[in-house]
Design a protein around this ligand. Structure first.
Ligand code: CA2
Length: 144
């Protein structure tokens, strides 16, 4: 089984700024932890981050036939990218939406996720543990 963990804009800066909202762990450290947890379960992982909408869409398309499920933190694109939503719907792979912060407890513009209706589910508000939960949910979805 192969799981793709994808991150959108600005998440490459994790750990450098806004630790109060997003925690102090870097994306590399979160990814290393996920790779270790997955390996223990015999699951392969790949990690991808981009600050560009089209690049994220290209990666979603390329995931078909390669990965069994995807964990996606689309960053701010979550709230307005119909193009990413359409790509998720088109690839017909289970995509688990994750967020470090609780998007329902912040500014009102973060409350709506345009990708939520086409994702398998949403995990939000547990800091880096959101990715851990997302990984386990993606593995579970991929098995079914
Ligand atoms: O809580 C999340 O994971 C978000 O997806 C993070 C996005 C935000 O736009 C979403 O509403 C919720 C922003 C990621 C920005 O990451 C930064 C990391 C370090 C410093 C500044 C921004």
């Amino acid at each position: 089984m192969k799981i793709l963990i994808m991150n959108g804009p600005n998440l490459n800066l994790l750990g450098e700024r806004e630790p109060g909202i997003y925690g102090s762990e870097s994306l590399d450290s979160i990814n290393a932890d996920l790779a270790k947890r997955a390996a223990k379960l015999g699951v392969d992982t790949e990690f991808y981050q981009s600050n560009h909408e089209g690049a994220l869409i290209d990666k979603l398309h390329a995931a078909r036939g390669v990965f069994d499920a995807i964990v996606l933190n689309a960053g701010a694109y979550t709230h307005y990218s119909i193009a990413i939503r359409d790509a998720i719907a088109a690839i017909k792979l289970p995509v688990v939406e994750v967020h470090l912060s609780n998007i329902h407890a912040r500014e009102s513009f973060r409350e709506n996720s345009v990708i939520a209706p086409v994702c398998a589910g949403q995990i939000s508000g547990f800091g880096s543990y959101s990715y851990t939960l997302g990984l386990y949910a993606a593995i579970d979805k991929a098995k079914k």
